[in-house]
Write a protein that binds this ligand. Structure first.
Ligand code: SAM
Length: 247
């Protein structure tokens, strides 16, 4: 999968993603991350990319021309139907479902704003999706796009090794993941649940499923209504007295 990032800070993108699992995926060619420096496309003799906002007010606004030309420089490579995602606090909030949807694309372009943002006309011209990473304001879209590239990459075939599987992970089936334990079997007087040491796979699966349900109900009760629940799951929810949450 190819990620193109239109940005004023290309080093931030490559440097951050070149570690750990995303770094390995880039080296192995499972993902390709290509930052495009918007500044390289400025037609201003001082390479300025921003200007004062019409109507006054604080801060600077990124001019439409360098953004448009930066996008045009990759349009041939990505094709006209590629999603161009503007990172903005005004967008739809990113979630795992969106990560799954993005991971099906072959190419995806992220547009990172800075300062007060980007001239609206170029957003209207090239952007297909507006995405936020939460209800807060960052200085720029770089960290937001990195976060999304990370979440999407790990869903791309071959990026995670067997040992790093995303099966059962939080938000799959709208449930949070069960608690995890590793060695030693006892730490500060706290023991790993016996069932996990039993080697009885059916019992372990049952325990994990129930723990997922309990966790979701305790930590994110808003999710449980949309969870993919079996008859057994519903029986269990009735048993723990939380059936009302499904109504
Ligand atoms: N003036 C803009 C507003 O109030 O909507 C905020 C501009 S912000 C300081 C600069 C850039 O950071 C934005 O253009 C956007 O690319 C990025 N950004 C800030 N917060 C973000 C968020 N929550 N999610 C995604 N991108 C964000």
């Amino acid at each position: 999968m190819n990620f193109f990032v239109l940005t004023l800070f290309p080093d931030m993108i490559k440097d951050t993603l070149s570690h750990s699992i995303t770094g390995r995926a880039m080296k192995e060619g499972k993902i390709n991350v290509e930052p495009i420096n918007i500044r390289d496309f400025s037609n201003d003799k001082h390479n300025h990319v921003d200007d004062y906002p019409y109507g006054g007010g604080a801060g600077m606004v990124i001019r439409p021309q360098p953004v448009y030309d930066a996008y045009k420089s990759i349009e041939n490579k990505v094709g006209k139907n590629t999603r161009v995602v503007y990172m903005t606090p005004q967008g739809e909030t990113f979630n795992q479902k969106m990560a799954e949807e993005f991971s099906k694309e072959e190419n995806i372009v992220f547009l990172c704003g800075h300062y007060e943002g980007i001239d609206e006309r170029v957003i209207d011209e090239i952007v297909t999706d507006e995405v936020s990473i939460g209800d807060f304001v960052l200085t720029g879209g770089e960290l937001a796009s990195i976060m999304i590239i990370d979440a999407v990459s790990r869903l791309v075939d071959g990026v995670l090794g067997k040992a790093e599987s995303f099966q059962d992970e939080s938000f799959s089936e709208s449930l949070l993941e069960y608690p995890q334990y590793t060695r030693p079997p006892e730490f500060m007087g706290k023991k790993v649940p016996d069932v996990l040491l039993s080697g009885h796979h059916a019992n372990i699966d049952k325990w994990r499923r129930e723990q997922s349900i309990i966790r979701t109900i305790e930590k994110r009760p808003d999710l449980i209504k949309n969870a993919e629940l079996s008859k057994k799951d519903i029986e269990f929810i009735k048993k723990i007295g939380k059936y009302d949450l499904l109504k």
